[in-house]
Each structure stands twice: as C-alpha cells, then as structure tokens.
Design a protein around this ligand. Structure first.
Ligand code: URA
Length: 304
C-alpha cells in the first residue's frame, strides 16, 4: 500500500513537473484533494483518490460535479465541442489576483469554442461570455443574448442594456465595476426569421448554466441579481411569478440572490410603480453588498 502510494505520488510529481515545464501554471484539484494537500493525512478517505493532478493514463473518470475550478491558462486550445463542467459547489478558497484572472480567461476560452448546443453554435455570431469586474461584489444575470449582444459579443448592450446601465449608474456604480452575464452564452436561434429574439428553452439553459456556475465560483460576488422571470426560472428551477418573487431574497448556491424585473419588461410597461419596485430591489442589493446609500438614493421614489 505504502509503495503504491509512493509510486502514485512520484507519478503525480513527475506529471506536474512536466506540465510546469510546458508552461502550465494552474491545475484542477478536487476539493477533498485540496483539503488533504493542505494538511490532512494523504489517504484518510480511500474514496477521494486524487484525480486531476494525475497523468491522464492513471486518472479516473472525473465526477464533474466535484471539479471546483478550471484547468490551465496555457495558450493551447482545448478540444472542440467541450461541454462545460458542472460545478455545484464553490472552490474551497477564493482565487486571488492573477489566478482569478487566469481562471476566468481559461473558462472564457472554453466557452468561446463550445458547441454543445449545435443549433446555437451554428447560428451565433459570437459567444457572449460576460463582462465587467471579476472582483465585483455584485453580479447581474440575464437570460440570454439578443441580436445586439450577439453582434457585439457583450451582454446587455441593446435598449434593455442601456436601461440596466442607467440603473447601475444610479446605484453609484459603473458598468465596468460590476459583472454582467447571462445564463445562456449564445443567442437563441430564430429559425426562419431574419430578426427577433426568443426565450431560451430550459434544456438550453441547463446545458449552459455550468459556465455561469463557474463564473460565480471565480468571482464569488456578495450578491446575485437575477433579471426577469426566465433568468430566475433558469436559476431556481420551476415556474415562478416574478411579480410575487421580486424583492424577496433567495439563495443560489450559497449566495444571496435578488430577483427583479428584466429591464425590457420595465421598458415595455413604463409605469412608475414598476420602476419604483426595481429601485427598491436595488436598494436592498446595495444594502446587502454593503455599498453606501445616500439620502438622495433612498428618496428617489418618495413623494415630496
Ligand atoms: N436580455 C438578456 O437577458 N440578456 C442580454 O444580454 C440582453 C438582453
């Protein structure tokens, strides 16, 4: 047993050295493995054999739900048609500085070549990965890119995006100081139509949501804001009434989540009540994210 362990350890060290000499700077490590490397005895739990630090030849099939974080930052392209890896729990340690940036870059590289939803990959102009500050305490989550976003490669740049930007600025922030992403990274195709948008299907959302999970795990925001009923349904599952759920804190993978109206709904309705409700939701978000709130901000919708 001891000999076997030593052999495995040596093989792992050789493999890591080989990766390092090729320029790899990060490797994927299971949470249990990480805990063991941080000081627990190496083979306390036989079920938690190290996986991804081992050479492929001795690597068991990974249980993707346990993979906490992304693989290397080397410039090599991963294999085509790579599906996002499921990640149900955040990594045990927050990534800092360069490692966080590299992890997000590696995730982005994978998303940009994803063709898991062949129909979406065929029809997209660009993958719309996400934008903003990867250290932001607040992450806004929409449903899917529309035509404008597909063209620009950036979420929320159309009319709804302009309103979202105004809301963010009214919160005393800027677009670049928060993080904005969608559940779906590709525009839902509209066969037979040259324009228009459609809602993403539950199947499309569940195929793509692992990318969002990993974005959340890398950023570790204090607060998530889900924009509109489709995004909320895509995250929380089931059918919801956004008019009932908005303004009420939910928890998503351990992070407080505020459901609110989608900016395009606000634009469609244009009523003062709906605008006020969105602003009340944002005041709660600011409070939870421990951002300063001025008297003016508090009083926007109060009658004189
Ligand atoms: N609506 C969304 O949900 N996301 C976008 O990026 C744009 C519009």
């Amino acid at each position: 047993m001891r000999d076997g362990y030593q052999e495995l350890l040596q093989a792992s060290l050789n493999h890591l050295q080989a990766l390092k000499s090729k320029g790899d700077r990060f490797v994927l490590v299971e949470q249990e493995t990480w805990a063991e490397l941080c000081g627990k005895p190496p083979h306390r739990n036989p079920a938690s054999t190290p996986t991804s630090i081992l050479p492929k030849s001795v690597r068991p099939t990974p249980d993707s739900s346990k993979l906490p974080i992304i693989r290397p930052s080397r410039g090599t392209q991963p294999a085509k048609k790579e599906a996002p890896q499921q990640s149900t729990e955040p990594p045990s340690l927050p990534l800092t500085g360069e490692a966080r940036y590299a992890a997000m870059q590696a995730l982005r590289d994978r998303a940009l070549i994803c063709s898991q939803c062949a129909h979406l990959a065929r029809n997209r102009q660009q993958v719309v990965f996400g934008t903003g500050d990867i250290h932001s305490p607040i992450m806004f989550i929409g449903e899917a890119p529309g035509a404008d976003e597909d063209q620009a490669g950036e979420p929320f740049v159309g009319m709804a995006g302009k309103l979202l930007t105004r809301i963010i600025e009214t919160m005393g922030l800027s677009r670049s100081s928060v993080y904005i992403a969608n559940i779906l990274k590709c525009r839902p195709d509209t066969p037979g139509q040259s324009s228009g948008n459609r809602k993403p299907t539950p199947e499309e959302m569940s195929a793509c949501v692992p990318f969002l999970h990993q974005q959340i795990d890398i950023i570790r925001p204090k607060v998530l804001v889900a924009l509109g009923s489709t995004a909320v349904e895509g995250l929380l599952g089931g059918a919801i009434f956004i008019t009932k759920l908005r303004g009420h804190w939910q928890t998503y993978r351990g992070t407080p989540l505020m459901p609110t109206y989608h900016p395009s709904y606000v634009l469609r309705k244009q009523t003062l009540d709906i605008k006020r409700e969105v602003w009340e939701d944002m005041l709660q978000v600011m409070d939870k994210a421990e951002l300063p709130i001025s008297e003016k901000q508090r009083g926007f919708f109060l009658k004189p």
